[in-house]
Design a protein around this ligand. Structure first.
Ligand SMILES: Cc1ncc(COP(=O)(O)O)c(C=O)c1O
Length: 408
C-alpha cells in the first residue's frame, strides 16, 4: 500500500476501506482498457443479456417522458408498479402478496443492500453459500457484519445442503442468502432441496432468508422454478423474496429491482431508501410496469436462445484438455473447473498457479475475457458468461480450446 493510499484509507469508513471492488467490474475495466488500445477482445465476463430491451418496454419509457412522468414517485415506488409486482409474485411464485409489502429499488442490488443495511449490526453473521455472487460478502462487509462462507462444491451440484446449513447456524446468524438459478454456477434448487433447507430454518427463528431470484426466468430443460417462501409458507414472515427486470427482460441499464417480505422489513428498507436515493427512476418504473404487465413472449425467446448457447458452450468447453464443465440448469453462466491446467505453463510461458493466472493468460494470449472462480469463492474455476451471439461464442471457445491444447 502506498503512503497516499494509507492516508486515504484512514479517512474512509472502516467497513468501506476493507471492502473489495467488484471482481467482475475489474475484468470489465481491463477489457475496456485493452479495447481502447485497439486489441480485439471477446468478453465472456459480462453479467447481462446481450438482447435489446423489448420495444414495447422502451416505448413505455419514452411515453412516460413525453407525458411528463418526470417527477419523484413515492419512495417505495409507483403504486401501479407495486401492484404489478404483487400480481407477479402471486402469478409466477404462488405468493400471497399485499402491494403494501413490496418495494421498488434501483436494481436488484439495491433491494439486497437495503435489506442487509436495514437489519445488520456489528458482530452479526450472514451465511453465504459459495460459489456466490461477488457482491454478497462485500455488502455484508459494508454493513459491518461477518459473512460465514460455506463451500458448496460440484459434489452437491454447487448447492447448500441441510446438514451444511445446520452446522453453520449460530446464535449470531441473522441471514441466509440463497440464489437460484445461481450466478456463477447456474445451479437451480429443487422444491425438495429447498424444503430440506426450510426444515432446518424452521428450528432457528432468528434467521432471515434472502432469496435472490433474479435469474428466475432463465431456467432450462423445462425445469420448474421454486422459491423458498412458496415451498414453505411458514417461513414467509422472515423471507425477503427479491427479483427484478434486469435479466428477465434485458433491462440491466434501467435499474429496477423489487422485493417482498414482512411489513416491518419493507418499512425499514423504505425508510433507508428515503434517505438514500428517494426511490427509483420514474421513467424506468413506467418501463418496468410495461415489462411486467405486457406480453411475456420475450422471456421464452431469451430462455430458448440461452439454452441453445449453453449446450454449445458446455460441449466445446468439455472438449478443451484441462477443463471440466457440468451442465448448468439456469442463468447464462458456465462454471468450468480448470484444475487440469493448474501447475502447467501457458503457450506464452506463464506459470498457471491459480485460476486467476489462467484467466489473465487467456485474456493476454487469446483475447478472451472470463472471470476466475476464486472471485466467487471457489477455485480453481473459470466463469464463462454466454450472453453473446453464437459466432462469437464459437470463436471464443475454439480459442480457449487451442490455448488449453497448447498448455505444457
Ligand atoms: C445473483 C445476482 N443478484 C443480483 C444482481 C443484481 O441485479 P440488478 O442489475 O438488477 O441490480 C445480479 C447482477 O448481476 C446477480 O447476478
Amino acid at each position: 500500500m502506498t503512503h497516499a493510499s494509507k492516508v486515504a484509507s484512514k479517512r474512509l469508513n472502516q467497513f468501506l476501506a476493507s471492502a473489495k471492488p467488484s471482481a467482475t467490474y475489474k475484468v470489465i475495466d481491463r477489457v475496456a482498457m485493452r479495447r481502447a488500445h485497439g486489441v480485439n477482445i471477446i468478453s465472456l465476463s459480462a453479467g447481462e443479456p446481450d438482447f435489446d430491451t423489448p420495444v414495447h418496454v422502451c416505448e413505455a419509457g419514452i411515453s412516460a417522458i413525453r407525458s411528463g412522468q418526470t417527477r419523484y414517485t413515492q419512495v417505495a415506488g409507483l403504486r401501479a408498479l407495486r401492484e404489478a409486482v404483487a400480481v407477479k409474485f402471486e402469478r409466477e411464485n404462488g405468493l400471497k402478496v399485499d402491494w403494501h409489502n413490496t418495494l421498488v429499488c434501483n436494481g436488484g442490488k439495491q433491494v439486497i443492500f437495503n435489506a442487509l443495511a436495514a437489519t445488520l449490526n456489528q458482530g452479526d453473521e450472514v451465511i453465504v453459500p459459495a460459489p456466490y455472487w461477488v457482491s454478497y460478502p462485500e455488502i455484508v462487509q459494508l454493513c459491518g457484519a461477518q459473512s460465514v462462507i460455506i463451500s458448496c462444491g460440484s459434489d452437491t451440484g454447487f448447492k447448500l445442503t441441510a446438514d451444511a446449513l445446520k452446522a453453520a447456524i449460530t446464535p449470531r446468524t441473522r441471514w441466509l442468502i440463497l440464489n437460484s438459478p445461481s450466478n456463477p454456477t447456474g445451479a437451480v434448487y429443487s422444491r425438495f432441496e429447498l424444503q430440506a433447507l426450510a426444515d432446518v430454518l424452521l428450528e432457528h427463528p432468528q434467521v432471515l432468508v434472502l432469496s435472490d431470484d433474479i435469474y428466475e426466468h432463465l431456467i432450462f430443460d423445462d425445469l420448474e422454478f421454486f422459491t423458498i417462501a412458496q415451498v414453505e409458507p411458514r417461513l414467509c414472515e422472515r423471507v425477503l423474496t427479491m427479483n427484478g427486470v434486469s435479466k428477465a427482460y434485458a433491462m440491466t441499464g434501467w435499474r429496477i429491482g423489487f422485493g417482498t417480505g414482512p411489513a416491518w422489513l419493507i418499512e425499514a428498507m423504505e425508510k433507508l431508501q428515503g434517505q438514500q436515493t428517494s426511490g427509483a427512476s420514474t421513467i424506468s418504473q413506467h418501463a418496468a410496469l410495461a415489462a411486467l404487465t405486457g406480453p411475456q413472449d420475450c422471456i421464452k425467446q431469451f430462455r430458448a436462445a440461452f439454452q441453445k448457447r449453453r449446450d454449445l458452450v458446455v460441449k466445446l468447453l468439455n472438449e478443451a484438455p484441462g477443463l471440466r464443465c457440468e451442465v448448468p440448469q439456469g442463468a447464462f453462466y458456465a462454471f468450468a473447473s480448470c484444475e487440469g491446467l493448474i501447475g502447467k505453463v501457458s503457450p506464452a510461458g506463464t506459470l498457471l498457479s491459480t485460476d486467476e493466472d489462467v484467466v489473465n493468460a487467456l485474456l493476454d494470449e487469446t483475447g478472451v475475457a472470463t472471470v476466475h472462480g476464486s472471485a466467487f469463492g471457489l477455485a480453481p474455476y473459470i466463469r464463462i458468461a454466454y450472453a453473446l451471439d453464437d459466432a462469437s461464442l464459437i470463436k471464443a471457445c475454439e480459442a480457449i480450446k487451442q490455448f488449453c491444447s497448447s498448455v505444457r
